[in-house]
Design a protein around this ligand. Structure first.
Ligand code: HEC
Length: 356
């Protein structure tokens, strides 16, 4: 982080502190804000012990994914939408550990450190990512130390009567109900049981709030598979740590060229693009998750759904960790309005307006 960015953050921090009790900041440079109104200088406190406890996240709402502008107001959550936490339908269980070597982090609210929080617009969730002390000492570009435990707490967002998230005064979702605790632990030799879907030396378990299993160890091959393929070795199978290293800068989609659309943090940027007839539009996946672009229509209930015979349909566009810049192009030969969506993430919708 350069000086300009530090001071920019500091100014934003100063303003935000007037109505926030806590502000999350990138870990490696600054672990807490000291807005010092006198000189505007922010103090570097590079000690992981200065991080806030995990339980502080509800008061802390600065790290957010951009709010996607959906082309229809009638778009409601699709209960059939695939979710990353749903095991794939399979009769033969895929190989996975038979015993729990991850463990329920019962005292996470006080013992774990808060790394970052963000809204997940496609699934209307607020997610807080926390780590134990070892995980919180992790440095960008380095593998996590053995003994690291990462925890992801998912809360459903408070919705209004139309099914849209209610926003707080900062434009962020309001955490309502804890729906899952996802945990991954790294120890020497861990993960072997996942076979070819092994994600480094991590093992995975998902819990309910009371510590009962949402995904017991034997059913977690799909966790390893996604963290292996989309997460990848370059980030040691942990996603979105740039929200921690780079803070709010990591919320902004990388720039793209003319007639290009970036897929980033579960949204299309720009989600409405206007082009002339004959233009080739290219979608570039800049996200750590994989995405798929498919032409869509509005159904009888006013929902945006994938077209039965789509005019255009991309293959799965791999995560940037697996294949940087996986892209798909289509040339629009006729004027009109073309809706499209990502078939793997509900509410990730865009529109191309083609004019003469
Ligand atoms: C389809 C891919 C996918 C599957 C399946 C999946 N995850 Fe993740 N996981 C992600 C992504 C992407 C993130 C980053 C948060 C986000 O984008 O919502 C993440 C974040 C996490 C985190 C926070 C630390 C990190 O790695 O970023 C934990 C812990 C975690 N997942 C555990 C699990 C567990 C346990 C399971 C299985 C029960 C699971 N995951 C299944 C994609 C997946």
């Amino acid at each position: 982080m350069n000086v300009r960015r530090l001071s920019a953050l500091c100014i934003i921090g100063g303003i935000a502190l007037s109505f926030l009790t806590f502000i999350m900041v990138p870990k490696s440079k600054v672990t807490s804000f000291d807005p010092k109104p006198d000189d505007g200088v922010m103090v570097y406190q590079g000690d992981p012990n200065d991080l806030q406890p995990c339980g502080a996240f509800k008061e802390m709402r600065t790290f957010q994914a951009p709010e996607p502008v959906t082309p229809t107001a009638t778009n409601t959550p699709n209960p059939q939408a695939p979710t990353p936490t749903a095991p794939p339908p399979t009769s033969t269980p895929l190989p996975a550990p038979s015993v729990d070597r991850v463990g329920f982090p019962a005292n996470y609210e006080t013992e774990f450190k808060l790394l970052f929080v963000f809204d997940r617009p496609d699934r209307k969730l607020v997610r807080a990512i926390c780590g134990n002390d070892l995980a919180a000492q992790h440095q960008e570009g380095e593998p996590f130390a053995y003994g690291s435990v990462l925890l992801m707490i998912s809360y459903s967002a408070k919705l209004d009567v139309t099914g849209q998230p209610v926003l707080d005064e900062n434009g962020h979702y309001i955490a309502q109900k804890l729906v899952a605790l996802h945990v991954q632990r790294k120890e020497e030799g861990f993960g072997e049981a996942y076979g070819e879907n092994r994600a480094g030396e991590w093992e995975f378990v998902a819990f309910n709030e009371d510590g009962s299993y949402q995904n017991a160890p034997a059913t977690t091959n799909f966790c390893a598979a996604c963290h292996s393929h989309d997460g990848g070795e370059s980030v040691d199978h942990a996603f979105r740590m740039h929200l921690w290293y780079d803070g709010d800068a990591a919320l902004v989609s990388p720039p793209v060229g003319e007639n290009e659309i970036s897929i980033y943090l579960y949204a299309f940027h720009e989600d409405v693009l206007e082009v002339k007839v004959g233009t080739t539009v290219t979608w570039v996946n800049n996200d750590e998750a994989s995405h798929k672009v498919v032409a869509a229509v509005i159904d009888d209930q006013g929902k945006v759904v994938a077209a039965n015979e789509p005019l255009f349909e991309s293959p799965a566009l791999a995560s940037v960790n697996a294949q940087p810049g996986a892209s798909f192009s289509f040339t629009f030969d006729k004027p009109g309005e073309y809706l499209y969506l990502c078939t793997t993430h509900a509410n990730e919708i865009g529109k191309i307006i083609v004019t003469e």
